[in-house]
Every structure is written in C-alpha cells, then in structure tokens.
Design a protein around this ligand. Sequence first.
Ligand SMILES: [Zn+2]
Length: 430
Amino acid sequence: MSAQLFRNVRVWDAVGDEAYPGEVLVEGNRIITVARGTDQIAAENAAEVVDGGGRFLMPGLVEGHCHLSFCGPSRNQDLGEIPPEEHILETCRAATLILDHGFTSAWSAASAKMRLDVVLRAEIANGHVAGPRYRAAGPEITTTGGLGDERKLHMPAESFGWIADGVTEVLRAVRLCCRENVDNEKFNVSGDEFVSHARAEIISMTEEELTAGVRAAHDWGKMTACHARAAESVKRAVRAGVDCIYHCDFADEEALDMLEAAKDRIIVGPAFGLVHNSVFEGDVVGLTRAVAERMGLPRKLEHTCATYHAMRKRGMRVVVGGDYGFTITPMGQNARDIGHFVKFFGYSPAEALRCATAVGGDLMGHRGELGVIAAGALADILLVDGDPLLDLGVLVGPQNFAFIMKDGRVHRDWRRPGMRSELLSPVAWL
Ligand SMILES: [Zn+2]
C-alpha cells in the first residue's frame, strides 16, 4: 500500500470559499478521500501519515498563460537569437523553477521555437526533468506585420511568431504544429501596444485565416488559443470557435455579450502581469512612465481592468497566467497575478484562487478533477506556510511551499530538504 494520509491541515478545496480543518488520503496519483474534522480517516489506511502541522492544504497552482521558453528577453527578437541548444536547457530550467513555485500545471500560450515545448513535455512526462503537467504549444501563428513578425525589409529576424499569410499558409502552419505534436495552437489576431506598426486595436488576421486555422486544429484534436486585444478580434475569435481567448482588453459590450453567450465553451485570460509591470515596473528596461504613456500602456491597463470587472460579473471562466518570462516579468513571479485579480478586477481572494486552480484545471482538460481537492481528483497538492486567503502574497516565491506533490509524486517535502531541486535558479521576486 502506498497511500499517504495528510492530517492536521486546513483544507481549501477550491470549491468552497473557506478553508476547514480536515484530512486528505492520496493513493497513486489520485485523491481517494477528503474528510472534514480530525481523526476521520483511519491511519491504518495509509503507508505514511503526513502531519501537516496546521498548514494550508490546497490544489497545485495552474499557470494558464505560460511561456517556459521565454527566457528573459527584453525584445521579442532576442528569443530568435538564442541557439536551440541553450534554449532547450533554459526552458527546462524554467519548468523546474515554476514547479518549485507551486505551479503543478502549465498551459503553454506559445513556444519560442517549434519543438521546445514538445521536447520539454516529453522530458517531464518521462521523469527526466522536474516540471509541471504541461500542455505544449508551437510558435504563435501570425501574419506579415502582426505581433511576432520582427523582420525588417533589409534584415531577417526570428521571435516567437510563425508567419503565415492566407488560408493555405495558415493551414500549413497549423498542420506543421500538429506534425510536431503540440497540444495547443495559438493565433495572433490583433496587434499589441508593443508592436509599433500594429498596435493593440489593429486586427492583423482575417476571419477566413483564423476560422480555417481553428477548424484544422480542432480536426486534429488540438486546443486553440488566441491573442486578441481589439474588440473585433475578440468577436472574430468567438465566431471562429477559439477555446481560450487571451487579453480581450478592448472588448466592447457586443464582444462581452458574445463571450457570455459562449461561456460554457470559452475560457478567457487577461495575462495581466505583463500589462501591470509595463505600467508600474517598467523602469528596469527603461520603460519609464512617460514612455509608457506615449505607448498607451496605462490606457490599456484601464481597459483591461474594466473588462475583467465585467468578466467576473458575467460569470466568465477566467484563468490566471500573466505572460511571465520577459525581462520585465521574471519567471517565478507568476503567482502575483492572483493578487492582481483582487486588487484590480474586484475578485475575492477565494475567487481569485479558484481562477488559479479549478479554472486552470478546466483549461488543462481535466474539468472537476484537477485544481480541486476532492475524492477522485488528480493528486496535485500544496502545503503552504501561511494563509493565502488572508494574504495571497504568501504564494509568491518558493519559500512558503513546504510540500509540493504533482500527480501523486512528491517534488518537495519540508521534512526532507535535500529533495528540493538543485536546478532552482535565483530570481528576484517582489
Ligand atoms: Zn503570451
């Protein structure tokens, strides 16, 4: 018998709002029993009893907009300049880093090179690299001039984009990603404030291109996501059948109505960390407040906040994930976005935490069985020092995770500190 019994813990199951004294029995990679109170589950049922010392037991976090291969670029084209050999090693280190930070699942919102994600996913699945459950993506499928096209007329350049113009090229790009065995396909439908020739309210991909690409991806059994800041790009994405629509900053009432009408099939995500840091913490890359104003970044932030207040009221499933991996958004700070949901979007701490657990589990394709503490659920479990419902900041940085279990396997155990991965690299979390 390999069962583990967690006792003397406060259980937050991601279903209710409150944590309660309870016990959790795990066997293999599944949670078998969850009980309220003490001495409810007989110790004879377990090979090991873990006395949690009153710690907070919760589901593993889910990063819903993840770029493990974005290893600190300040410009998009920096990613193209990294040779593949260094790039895969950096990507593997990022995988271990975010697992150390409590993220037991990650949904990729693009890989900087075609095969980085799929190679990493296999390494994790085979137990060679410590990392989260991982849904792999290819590069962001974009158009000439769209977000991710960093070429100049006189000079080639690569970034995270795979440039495809017209239905035929988009289909070729989608199928190439399928051949290389991605899980998620990403389309850039609007521009971005960081693209001087295609700002956020520009629509860069036609409806025909997007619809054909999404349909082909679905034919191959893939999930689809898109970058959509402009109102019309959001509407296009809803009509095209995109599964996960990111940003939506400039969604108008019509776009919000369309999203709400499709909320059972669509998940949205603000990817707010990058928006937040580019306005409030841009100095580290010379993005002063004056430059940010000129680029329209504070205006975008205001729209994002208004949009996600509305998303919450309309009962949309919103996933936490903040575009971490850039110089301005160091990997490892990902959990800051949970607090941002409270401060900027009007969520309660429990609601925000659900976006980073249960909603994320839903996006990962395990609705009701990942990101929750429930009988039958997958055993992704954290024991936290402190109470995230009182202070979400305890989830930022690895120091408060006493125990991390992914898929029934222990990644960190405070009682055995030597188990902690040596691959953890230093990062300045705030
Ligand atoms: Zn992104």
